[in-house]
Design a protein around this ligand. Structure first.
Ligand SMILES: NC(=O)c1ccc[n+]([C@@H]2O[C@H](COP(=O)([O-])OP(=O)(O)OC[C@H]3O[C@@H](n4cnc5c(N)ncnc54)[C@H](OP(=O)(O)O)[C@@H]3O)[C@@H](O)[C@H]2O)c1
Length: 257
């Protein structure tokens, strides 16, 4: 039996992954943005061990999520699932002055990776849209470019792959991979989504807990339990380091060696 922490598990793929893990006999800690969503998360997955609370758009609250997780002990796997979508009409600004997409989709997984006691496996939710992400990594905070919601989302999903691969390289004792779940009809995906919802949560669960040799790999990108070739730039060590450096500067948090 494994113990797994899943961010953004009050809804969507995170909640579905939690159900599947519990069905398989594993123990799951949920995460939700505030107390009300936390209650809803536990009502939705009553067999879960517990829920931790914190809005991942806030650096302070994300630190609090890491503290709560560490207070619960060590986990076998963490699934970095929480995300905000590609329909944001305006840049907006978090309490730290960042666009929501960057704060929630890029910086929060970086902070949680850095601060949560190191698990055996890490899984990062990306998207096929990462292929359209801007590999210059310039202007991550969208202060110079005119806002484009889909581009901002695609950029962050590229960051998630870079983060997964950077960790795979820097922490050889951890299995760290990225997943493309397909375009599926969750709150984020919307009703028009064309991919199979029942496949959307299975790969991250498999990567988190399976003893299948195909799942016990690191630094890979998956779609429906098959390796898929990610954007070539994700393999560039310099680019991976550039992202880590930008996240360190934005958050003030250093990734441990
Ligand atoms: N659905 C797709 O077609 C698709 C395609 C490619 C990749 N993905 C990726 O898959 C992952 C899961 O997406 P989904 O489709 O399951 O989306 P979803 O149904 O919208 O669920 C996203 C989850 O993240 C949580 N969340 C969002 N912002 C948060 C914040 N600031 N603080 C804490 N929690 C926050 C949400 O909480 P609330 O419920 O309280 O809002 C929700 O539980 C995302 O990383 C997404 O980028 C999805």
């Amino acid at each position: 039996m494994a113990r797994v922490f899943i961010t953004g598990s009050a809804d969507g793929l995170g909640k579905m992954a939690a159900h599947l893990l519990i069905e398989q006999g594993h123990s799951v800690v949920l995460h939700a943005r505030n107390d009300a969503r936390g209650t809803e998360a536990l009502n939705g997955v009553p067999e879960a061990e517990s829920v931790v609370i914190g809005d991942l758009s806030s650096i302070r609250q994300t630190r609090g999520v890491a503290d709560q997780v560490n207070a619960l002990g060590v986990f076998d796997a963490v699934i970095h699932n929480a995300g905000v979508g590609y329909r944001q009409p305006r840049r907006g600004a978090t309490e730290d002055g960042l666009p929501h997409e960057f704060a929630v989709n890029t910086l929060a997984p970086y902070i949680l990776t850095a601060l949560i006691q190191r698990p055996k496996r890490l899984v990062y939710l990306s998207s096929m849209l990462h292929q359209q992400g801007d590999a210059s990594l310039n202007d991550l905070a969208w202060e110079e470019r005119p806002w484009q919601g889909q581009q901002a989302y695609s950029d962050t999903k590229l960051h998630d792959v870079l983060l997964a691969f950077a960790i795979a390289r820097l922490w050889p004792d951890v299995l760290s991979n990225a997943v493309e779940p397909g375009w599926v009809a969750t709150k984020m995906g919307g009703a028009a989504a064309t991919d199979d919802l029942d496949q959307g949560h299975r790969t991250q669960v498999w990567l988190a807990v399976s003893d299948d040799p195909a799942a016990r790999v690191t630094g890979e990108y998956f779609y429906h339990m098959q390796r898929r070739t990610p954007k070539a730039a994700t393999r560039e060590v310099e680019l991976q380091d550039k992202l880590l450096d930008a996240c360190r500067k934005s958050s003030g948090i250093q990734l441990p060696d």
